[in-house]
Design a protein around this ligand. Structure first.
Ligand code: NAD
Length: 318
C-alpha cells in the first residue's frame, strides 16, 4: 500500500483513477478546487479531500507533502476556455505544475504528469511520435508545454522521478456531458439521449486518437507500480485515427434517429490527431487498450444509467 496524491481528483480522469487506487487499497489524498470537478465525485470513505487550488503552494504542500506518488491531473482544461482567459490557464497549468514539482522536490515523490497531444498543434505530420517538433496553437497547449518543460527540468536538475504522459482525447464514464466546454463524445451522447441534434464543427472528417479512460488509468497504475520513468514525454494513445463521422455512424447504432448539424469550425481546433504508440507499448507492455467501439458502447450505457451523477454541475464555467 502506498500513500498517493491525486490533483484534480474530483474531475473526470482523476475520479476514475481514485476509484482504481482505492480498489487496490492505497491511501489517497485528493486536491481539487472543484472548478470543473464535482463534489459528488469525491468519496470521503476512500480518500482524504482538500478543496484547495494548486496555485496555493503552501496549502498544496501541506495537503500532499507526505505522498510517495503524485498523479498531477489538476488543470484548467479546454482550448476555447484558454483562448478566453490565457492568464488564468497559465497560472493553473504552468505555475500550478511548478508548485506540484516543488512539493516533490522536497518530499522525493514520484510525479506522474498529464500533458496533452495539443502541444503538437501546428505540426500536421501523422502519426505523431515523441521526437517531433511541437507548435502549440492555443494558450492551453502552451501552458501544458510549459509544464512539460518544468517536469523535465525537475527530473534533470533535482532528480525528481517523473513520468510525463501526453493524453490524446480521453473519454469514458464520469466525463461531464453538459457544460459549455464539454468534450465532444459525452456532449453528443447526452444530446442524443435527450433527442436533440448534435453539432459538428466542420465537415466531420477531422480525426482523433480517442483513448478510453480505463486504458489511461491502466497506464497510470503501471507507471506507479513499476516506477516507470523516462527522460522525455510518452504519448498515451494507441494509434486510432477515428473521424467524427465514423463516430456518428457508431452512435447511430444506439440512437437510430440521431440528427446531425454541421456548423463552421472553431479556432484552435486541430484537424487530425493520431499517435504512433511504439514508445508507449515498449514502456507499458502489460497494458492492453480497450477497442474504440466497445468502449464507446460502454460509455453510452454508463451515461444512460448514471449520467445524471455528473450532469449536476454548473453549465457555465468561467
Ligand atoms: N480529457 C482529455 O481528453 C485530456 C486530454 C489531454 C490532457 N488531459 C489532461 O488530463 C488532466 C485531467 O483532465 P480531465 O479530462 O479529467 O479534466 P477535468 O476538468 O474533469 O479535471 C481537471 C480537474 O482539475 C481541477 N482543477 C482545475 N483547476 C484547479 C486548481 N487550480 N486547483 C485544483 N484543482 C483544479 C478541476 O476542478 C477538475 O476536477 C488535465 O491535466 C488535462 O489537461 C485531458
Amino acid at each position: 500500500m502506498a500513500h498517493v496524491a491525486v490533483t484534480g481528483g474530483a474531475g473526470f480522469i482523476g475520479s476514475n483513477l481514485v476509484a482504481a487506487l482505492a480498489k487496490r487499497g492505497h491511501s489517497i489524498v485528493v486536491v481539487d478546487d472543484l472548478s470543473t470537478g464535482l463534489a459528488s465525485n469525491v468519496n470521503p470513505a476512500i480518500s482524504e479531500f482538500h478543496e484547495i487550488s494548486i496555485v496555493d503552494r503552501h496549502a498544496l504542500s501541506k495537503a500532499i507533502g507526505s505522498a510517495e506518488v503524485i498523479f498531477h491531473l489538476g488543470a484548467r482544461g479546454s482550448v476555447p476556455r484558454s483562448i478566453k482567459n490565457p492568464v488564468a490557464t497559465h497560472d493553473v497549468n504552468a505555475t500550478g505544475t511548478l508548485n506540484v514539482l516543488e512539493v516533490a522536490r522536497q518530499s522525493g515523490a514520484h510525479v506522474v504528469y498529464s500533458s496533452s497531444s495539443s502541444v503538437y498543434g501546428r505540426n500536421g505530420v501523422l502519426p505523431k511520435d515523441e521526437t517531433m517538433w511541437l507548435g502549440p496553437m492555443t494558450p492551453y497547449a502552451a501552458s501544458k508545454l510549459a509544464a512539460e518543460g518544468y517536469v523535465q527540468a525537475y527530473g534533470s536538475a533535482y532528480n525528481v522521478p517523473t513520468t510525463l504522459l501526453r493524453f490524446f482525447n480521453v473519454f469514458g464514464p464520469r466525463q461531464r456531458p453538459d457544460h459549455e466546454y464539454a468534450a465532444v463524445l459525452p456532449k453528443w451522447i447526452w444530446k442524443a439521449m435527450q433527442g436533440e441534434p448534435i453539432e459538428v464543427y466542420g465537415d466531420g472528417s477531422q480525426s482523433r486518437d480517442f483513448t478510453y479512460v480505463q486504458t489511461v488509468i491502466d497506464v497510470c497504475l503501471d507507471a506507479m507500480d513499476h516506477r516507470v520513468t523516462h527522460d522525455g514525454a510518452i504519448n498515451l494513445a494507441y494509434g486510432n485515427r477515428i473521424t467524427l463521422n465514423d463516430t456518428i455512424a457508431m452512435l447511430k447504432k444506439h440512437f437510430p434517429n440521431l440528427q446531425v448539424k454541421y456548423v463552421p469550425i472553431r479556432p484552435g481546433d486541430v484537424k487530425e490527431s493520431q499517435n504512433s504508440p511504439g514508445l508507449l507499448k515498449k514502456l507499458f507492455p502489460n497494458v492492453t487498450p480497450k477497442e474504440f467501439e466497445s468502449a464507446l458502447s460502454e460509455t453510452v450505457q454508463w451515461l444512460k444509467a448514471d449520467g445524471q451523477s455528473v450532469a449536476n454541475g454548473p453549465s457555465s464555467i468561467d
